[in-house]
Design a protein around this ligand. Structure first.
Ligand SMILES: NC(=O)C1=CN([C@@H]2O[C@H](COP(=O)(O)OP(=O)(O)OC[C@H]3O[C@@H](n4cnc5c(N)ncnc54)[C@H](O)[C@@H]3O)[C@@H](O)[C@H]2O)C=CC1
Ligand SMILES: CC(C)CC(=O)C(=O)O
Length: 365
């Protein structure tokens, strides 16, 4: 991978490599775009096949956050971190503290939160070193684990997509295939079960599957069978790129609506599902609940205010569908248009000089 070429093509601002020998920290912070404000995005810990795969993931996820934050109406830019390692074996206190110091060194250009492989406890360790972290324990007046709120947003967005496909937003009796029943999808399944949906679930973690079977009466299938099951809605809630050349021909669903980031392997896969008449709820629009929730901490966390905003994911999905129809483009492209137009508007808005604490004139004020 030619890193600078890639960064130039997709207009990235900064890529930071963090190494701490004692704790074993190997982290990559990617900052995509800070036009709207400081970059906010979670930290993923994962066992990558190669350093290149980790860099690519950080870059792709960071760009996704720029679009997610913009489309959600937040005054935040996009960034993301990946830590290379196995979250079950390789974590230690020094690692997250060392990582916290790296974040502090960015002086507010990047604010972190949880993602796959990291927890509230990890954020609390980061918080020992920096205030540029969200999703820390509620005991600190913070919002805690974002996953249940992400799930609520996905549930709301799924209803809006269902309305478009089936003429009603009721999910009662709908068969929903959920891929990955981790932190977000477990909570999503609860909403869906309460509304009377029939669940088909899969996960590489057998205990997670069993919990969904026991608590929600879900039917379990093997991971490779989830694409081809007879269902109304496919909810990808594990990792990205599951909508691709191999899986698209297998899909029976009329709606794709799930929590995973970067669901389309390539944009042409978004074109393909659009041509097939599948209503696709773009990943970064439907899964913005978590970031909306943690971003609320920046104003002094108020759960009711955050949930009210997350509810609006329903109307945001409706808006994306409207743009898609108006401009005859797939929904993923409509979402990009929504986000890019907001960033451009803010970039071009007239700015008047205001004296701030950094300016050379500050001592004269
Ligand atoms: N946690 C949050 O608030 C947010 C999460 N997301 C995205 O949603 C997705 C899920 O996030 P979490 O629930 O937090 O992660 P998680 O790690 O708790 O859950 C993911 C689940 O997927 C399973 N899985 C992994 N590979 C699989 C495969 N090939 N087949 C079936 N299952 C597989 C894992 O065993 C795990 O149970 C991720 O893509 C994440 O980036 C997006 C926005 C916010
Ligand atoms: C988990 C969120 C708090 C932020 C994030 O990284 C995301 O939405 O993907």
């Amino acid at each position: 991978m030619e890193i600078f070429k890639y960064m130039e093509t997709y207009d990235y601002e900064q890529l930071v490599f963090c190494q701490d020998k004692q704790s074993g920290l190997k982290a990559i912070i990617a900052i995509h775009d800070t036009t709207l404000g400081p970059a906010l995005g979670g930290t993923r810990m994962w066992t990558y096949e190669s350093e290149e795969a980790a860099i690519e993931d950080a870059l792709r996820l960071a760009k996704g956050m720029t679009y997610k934050n913009a489309a959600a109406g937040l005054n935040l830019g996009g960034g993301k971190t990946v830590i290379i390692g196995d979250p079950r074996k390789d974590k230690n206190e020094e690692m997250f503290r060392a990582f916290g110091r790296y974040i502090q060194g960015l002086n507010g250009r990047y604010i972190t939160a949880e993602d796959v492989g990291t927890t509230v406890a990890d954020m609390d360790l980061i918080h020992e070193e920096t205030n540029f972290v969200t999703g820390i324990s509620p005991a600190f007046g913070s919002s805690g684990n974002p996953s249940p709120v992400t799930a609520y947003g996905v549930y709301r967005g799924m209803k809006a997509a269902a309305k478009e496909a089936f003429g009603t937003d009721s999910l009662e009796g709908k068969v929903i295939a959920v891929q990955g029943v981790g932190n977000v999808a477990y909570n999503l399944c609860r909403y869906l079960h309460e509304e009377g949906a029939q669940l088909i679930v899969t996960d590489i973690n057998k205990e997670a599957v069993q919990r969904a079977v026991d608590e929600f009466g879900a039917k379990a299938v093997d991971p490779e069978d989830i694409y081809s099951v007879e269902c109304d809605i496919y909810a990808p809630c594990a990792l990205g790129a599951t909508i691709n050349d191999s899986t698209i021909p297998l899909l029976k669903a009329k709606v794709i609506a799930g929590a995973a980031n970067n669901q389309l392997r390539e944009t042409r896969h978004g074109d393909q599902i659009h041509e097939m008449g599948i209503v696709y709820a773009p990943d970064y629009v439907i899964n913005a609940g978590g970031v909306i929730n943690v971003a609320d901490e920046l104003y002094g966390y108020n759960r009711d205010r955050a949930l009210k905003r997350v509810e609006g994911i329903y109307s945001n999905i409706e808006r994306v569908i409207e743009i898609s129809k108006r401009d005859s483009i797939p929904t993923y492209a409509a979402a990009d248009r929504l986000a890019e137009e907001r960033i451009e508007r803010m970039r071009n808005s007239r700015s008047q000089f205001l004296l701030n604490s950094q300016h050379i004139l500050r001592h004269r004020s």
